[in-house]
Design a protein around this ligand. Structure first.
Ligand code: IMP
Length: 836
């Protein structure tokens, strides 16, 4: 690339940009006038930036028009509140949605630059942990594509999810300083500054009109500064906004200390204040209970609600009719992380706007919707009451009042049922009282939804059964989805092109169109092209791995992919143990000298990727185990090309865009009843991988949509898991009964994969054999191994495999996030698209 920079056309065109309105001229203008670079000094990063700014310019007109239309039509707006937005790189996405990808590519080529290479220079913003954050990003794309007036609100973390490096097989975390080189996609909005209060106390008095007043005083204040990112719809005129808040210290704060002459204290306090938006908590599905996290939650909720109120009040006559608020505003809570918004909206209505409790409560409960994302007990947010009281004293009072009134209603309906009252209470009693944010969310929302059919049933029948009995109509299901714009159109251009050549491009906005591929599933010629694309994508991935890591992949082996957060319930360990079994089979066949047995083995490359929370010991040990097994297997000449294991470091949105097109087998093997939905399952299937999975989360709907013949299902169902646990589960029984399983587990236990430290993996074995094997790996192993044999057998029949792959893709229509968002819009939000 450095060579290309010296291309004379860059030089010539730079001089003549002012009259030119093409993307090229805009690019050159930004390079010169925004970044002050010429052909002697411009780096590739400058070129990426200049291009991004040129592309962003193309969004501005539509962006402003969209926002004006929302005001002019006084529309109902959807606010999606989320502590995480994993939006991925923007450049490619915006080019695709604006339909100028080809134009950009050609114009860059004309000045000797490759679009693909510039795209690689964009820092992938990691403002989320996994599924929940990526779902929020897919939703923003679908909301804009469907033309729904909407906003994503969250935090502009200075440090996103850590960078994962693998050193000596272990995960090592380094900070993700993603803003180091600036972010050309965001626009700072100093005009939207809001004060957010913390700590202090509540002053109660009766005013001169005889009204009882609660005033939150002596607070420590922080300023929230908005940063906007434009979210364009696909081939339409809608451009919505994602507004992320950064924390700044207040000027009062500074001045107070400056007056006392303590400059250093003033500066260090300023830094401390701004830590609120410093870093994303790297936990997925785990609640930690840290004070700073509570402050993050309130910080972004308070700023967001002030912004929402400002927008609602604008162009409205005094006195404001707040009963109209839910007709114009709907707030969707992405899990309980923003659920303090329920108490905050009550505080605003009562303490600031002077509404009566009953009116305020009616409006509030009409406004909110709550999406639950997990039933894992360790993930449910339960804030310590003393902590809560210190940080948000007025909110705790409001929550107590909400709870008191709510429980009075429960007591009336179910007199004398103390158990019910204590289970449903927002406050959990015990040595240390806790605020149950899920209970607050249910009580304060008009809708509660799970994210797959199974998950929503579990919510109704187990996790929130009391609430379901009380308010059956509140509960509903919205199965997650993914945006086909990023997860097929952008990340897999060759497959997209083939599909479009055969059925047209309507699938990009209506994924059900893919059904038109069904007649091609048996077509030999089509199958050949389909397979060739997968093979090319496999080669591309192999090439990247060779370049970056020096490892060689056998492109004729099954690319068996297991990419997701490292978590025991997701059972990467089950896959790893199975890999040891495969290894032992190869060794045994080699030893027996039985050439046909060896020949019969289908080569397999098992590729893992995923981050473990830095404090999650077991998950990190499993990463080390995978790498240790890989070391032994990959260096064994007898195994040769038949089996290879790789752990790819730093799984991210951009890495998954590379993996998905090359994947052939998608591992979705969580213990049934633990994964709320999963969306990785959908992304792999949409790119033609076949799924091996349990009947968990959205896998069940995957099976229903693509047909039982086109998916590999194994293992206990959620009901059977419950039954077995109730009966008394003894993992040792399964371990003793299955010789291959026992051999593999024993090898790990005996230090076969940890020669320098025989005890290294003991905790893993302990958890499986002596501590109850919470996620039932032993119980499911045999079924998994048998299923994997079916996979390998089927892979030998490439025509059938390809047919199944085509049918998978053809039946993915249901899993578009456009469908999900449409359901939210029709059933929960009651909003309609707006033409811009
Ligand atoms: P806001 O955050 O919703 O206020 O976004 C500001 C955007 O809305 C800008 O693009 C303005 O042009 C537009 N806007 C703000 N106020 C009005 C109005 O009163 N009428 C029409 N458009 C407005």
């Amino acid at each position: 690339m450095e060579e290309i920079k010296k291309d004379n056309s860059v030089k010539a065109s730079t001089a003549a940009v002012s009259e030119d309105t093409t993307l090229k001229s805009s690019f050159l203008r930004h390079l010169k006038y925004t970044l002050a670079k010429d052909e002697y000094t411009a780096t590739d990063r400058d070129r990426y930036k200049a291009l991004s700014l040129a592309v962003r310019d193309r969004l501005v007109e539509k962006w402003i028009k969209t926002q004006q239309a929302y005001y002019n039509k006084d529309v109902k707006r959807v606010y999606y509140l989320s502590l995480e937005f994993l939006i991925g790189r923007s450049l490619g996405n915006v080019l695709v949605n604006l339909d100028i990808y080809e134009e950009a590519r050609k114009e860059l080529l004309a000045v000797g630059l490759e679009l693909e290479q510039l795209r690689e220079l964009e820092w992938d913003p990691g403002l989320g942990n996994g599924g929940l954050g990526r779902l929020a990003a897919c939703f923003l794309d679908s909301l804009a594509t469907l033309g729904i007036p909407s906003y994503g609100y969250g935090i502009r973390y200075e440090y996103g999810i850590f960078f994962q490096k693998i050193r000596n097989g272990h995960q090592v975390e380094t900070p993700d300083n993603w803003l180091r080189y600036g972010n050309p996609w965001e626009i700072e909005r100093p005009e939207y500054l809001f004060i957010v209060k913390f700590y202090g106390k509540v002053n109660k008095y009766t005013d001169k009109h005889g009204r009882f007043i609660c005033s939150w005083i002596d607070t420590q204040d922080v300023v929230a500064l908005g940063y906007d990112t434009a979210i364009p719809g696909y081939h339409n005129n809608t451009v919505n906004t994602m507004r992320l808040w950064g924390a700044k210290s207040t000027r009062d704060f500074d001045l107070g200390y400056f007056q006392h002459g303590d400059y250093e204290r003033a500066v260090s306090d300023k830094v401390l204040t701004e830590t609120i938006s410093k870093v994303l908590y790297p936990n997925d599905n785990v609640f930690e209970g840290k004070e700073l996290r509570l402050k993050q939650e309130y910080f972004f909720v308070s700023a967001t609600l002030q912004d929402i109120m400002r927008r609602f009040k604008k162009n409205r006559q005094q006195p404001i009719e707040y009963r109209d608020f839910p007709n114009k505003t709907v707030i969707q809570l992405n899990d309980t992380h923003p659920s303090i918004a329920i108490a905050e909206l009550m505080r605003i209505f009562i303490d600031i706007e002077g509404l009566d409790w009953d009116v305020a409560w009616e409006i509030t409960t009409e406004t909110f919707g709550y999406t639950n994302h997990t039933i894992l007990p360790e993930a449910l947010e339960r804030w310590s009451v003393p902590l809560f009281e210190r940080v948000l004293p007025r909110h705790l009072e409001i929550i107590y009042e909400i709870n008191y009134r709510f429980l009075k209603g429960v007591e009336e309906r179910f007199p004398g049922d103390g158990g019910k009252l204590s289970r449903m209470s927002i406050i959990e009693e015990g040595d240390e009282k806790k605020v149950r944010m899920a209970n607050l969310s249910i009580v304060g929302s008009r809708s509660v939804n799970g994210v797959s059919a199974l998950h929503s049933e579990i919510i109704k029948n187990e996790l929130f059964k009391d609430f379901y009995d009380y308010w059956p109509k509140k509960f509903n299901n919205k199965t997650n989805g993914i945006t086909q714009r990023r997860w097929l159109r952008l990340c897999n251009p060759a497959l997209s092109e083939l599909i479009t050549q055969h059925i047209g491009d309507a699938w990009v906005v209506d994924l059900n169109e893919l059904k038109k591929l069904i007649p091609f599933a048996d077509n030999i010629d089509f199958q050949k092209k389909w397979r060739a694309i997968k093979q090319d994508n496999k080669r591309l991935l192999a090439h990247c791995l060779k370049e970056k890591k020096g490892v060689a992949l056998n492109v004729d082996s099954i690319f068996d992919c297991h990419f997701k957060r490292m978590h025991e319930y997701k059972r990467q360990l089950l896959n790893a143990i199975h890999a040891v079994v495969l290894y032992n089979r190869i060794k045994a066949a080699a030893k027996s000298g039985n050439k046909s047995a060896l020949k019969n083995i289908v080569p397999r490359t098992v590729i893992f990727g995923g981050k473990a929370a830095p404090g999650y010991f077991m998950a990190k040990l499993i990463i080390k185990l995978i790498n240790s097994i890989a070391e032994v297997v990959n260096s064994d000449p007898e195994v040769s090309d038949l089996l290879k294991l790789f752990f790819m470091e730093n799984y991210s949105v951009s890495l998954s865009e590379m993996i998905l097109p090359a994947a052939e087998l998608s591992e979705q093997i969580s213990t049934a009843g633990t994964e709320a939905s999963g969306t990785g399952n959908m992304k792999f299937a949409l790119n033609g991988a076949l799924t091996i999975g349990t009947l968990d989360g959205a896998n069940i709907e995957l099976k229903e949509n693509i047909g039982a013949d086109n998916i590999f299902i194994f293992g206990l169902t959620a009901d059977k898991v419950n039954e077995l646990k109730q009966r008394g589960y003894n993992p040792r029984e399964y371990y003793e009964r299955n010789a291959e399983l026992k051999q593999a587990v024993d090898m790990i236990d005996n230090g076969f994969f940890s020669k320098n430290d025989a005890n290294l993996f003991k905790p893993i074995i302990e958890s499986l054999l002596n501590h109850g094997d919470q996620y039932l790996l032993m119980a499911d192993f045999e079924s998994y191994a048998k299923c994997q044999e079916r996979v390998a057998e089927l892979y030998k029949d490439q025509a059938l495999w390809t047919k199944m792959s085509i049918l998978n893709v053809a039946n993915m229509g249901f899993f578009s996030s456009d469908r999900t968002i449409k359901e939210y819009a029709d059933d929960i939000w009651l909003v309609k698209p707006v033409d811009v």
